[in-house]
Design a binder for this molecule. Structure first.
Ligand code: KG4
Ligand code: ZN
Length: 336
């Protein structure tokens, strides 16, 4: 069967066609139209601009995805759309477009949770992956651990109490002069810096839990940068980046170690935009190797927002019979 995925929760408009057959999952197309250049002018995502850009792109992107897959809309067996969480005005564009297509062509519609879609990216590349497992989703909006009982049933077992790791990277990256979003550039710059140059507080919440707090770390890094600048010294961006990344990576390792100890999962999935970070990937690889847990990480192109992961997550909703109709609404709500 063919699933058309549609994603518009933040600043990427994406449409994809995924073919699902017994044991075989193939991405036939996965078109991502990024709005980054537009938002860069403002140093972050401007919701109203994001909605308008989604409206401009969504139809063309969808037909491009169908064309690349060599299919017509009539060939599609199911439409999967991200309905939550995300920016409400942005989500509404994808949801309304998907509902219209579904209604006009009589194609079944399923609603997809964006966080579950990030995790589903791993199923696209690793057909052997089977729930139950533990998942860590690290993105611009999330830093959470889940106990994944089935592909559609997630229970949150830890996570950030304030900001997300991606947001923390983007914020400090901006202060040291990097364009939005700074995550990937900071990843590279780390290799040129000294990770012990600047003492920064850990974002790991003390105790037996899997929780984080990134706001204190952000403030500490900001205070350091400002106090250096007040002395007339421009702080070394590579050292800040390396030191900042080190405390984030160490905290993620510490809390993943706790999850492995407390929940004893045989398998762990790392997903979300920040899962592209080479330092986090290496550190979790080493941890899981040491602890005897199998680690699955989507390849870099499937870590960031894309509609192939939405189509994959939609397939599981389809199998469960979780269909939506024209009453489907978007929601900014984080509920999993
Ligand atoms: O999952 P995603 O595409 O969008 C959300 O659902 O939020 O994640 C975007 C986030 C941004 O904060 C971006 O800076 C970060 O992922 N990111 C990275 C890397 N590549 C993207 N953060 C750290 N290292 C990277 N290599
Ligand atoms: Zn995302």
């Amino acid at each position: 069967m063919y699933i058309l995925g549609i994603e518009s929760s933040c600043d990427e408009t994406s449409a994809a066609v995924v073919s699902m057959d017994e044991g075989k999952r193939e991405i036939l197309s996965n078109i991502v139209a990024s709005q980054i250049e537009t938002h860069r002018l403002y140093g972050g995502v401007v919701p109203e601009i994001a909605s308008r850009a989604h409206i401009e792109a969504i139809s063309g992107i969808t037909y491009e995805a169908l064309e690349k897959a060599n299919l017509k809309i009539e060939d599609i067996d199911c439409i999967a759309v991200t309905s939550h969480p995300g920016l409400i005005g942005a989500l509404l564009v994808g949801v309304n477009f998907a509902k219209s297509l579904s209604f006009a062509y009589g194609i079944p519609l399923v609603a997809v949770n964006h966080v579950k879609a990030h995790v589903a990216a791993a199923y696209l590349e690793y057909p052997e992956l089977e729930a139950p497992f533990a998942a860590l989703v690290v993105s611009g909006g999330h830093t959470s651990f889940y106990s994944v009982n089935t592909p559609t049933e997630f229970i949150e077992i830890g996570g950030t109490r304030d900001d997300a790791a991606g947001e923390a990277f983007d914020k400090i990256g901006r202060v040291i002069g990097m364009p939005y979003p700074a995550g990937a550039a900071m990843d590279k710059l780390c290799y040129e810096g000294n990770p012990t140059a600047i003492k920064l507080p850990s974002p790991a919440i003390v105790g037996d839990n899997a929780d984080f707090s990134f706001s204190g770390l952000k403030t500490a890094a900001l205070n350091y940068i400002n106090s250096e600048r007040q002395k007339g010294v421009e702080p070394n961006a590579a050292d800040i980046t390396a030191s900042y990344t080190k405390v984030i990576v160490d905290a993620i390792v510490k809390k993943t170690d706790y999850i492995i100890k407390a929940y004893k999962p045989s398998t762990l999935v790392l997903a979300g935009g920040v899962a592209a970070n080479s330092h986090i990937r290496r550190a979790l690889d080493e941890l899981c190797e040491k602890k005897g847990a199998k680690l699955y990480m989507p390849s870099l192109s499937l870590c960031g927002d894309n509609a192939a992961m939405v189509a994959m997550a939609g397939y599981f909703e389809y199998l469960k019979g979780n269909f939506s109709d024209t009453y489907l609404n978007a929601s900014a709500n984080d509920e999993i």
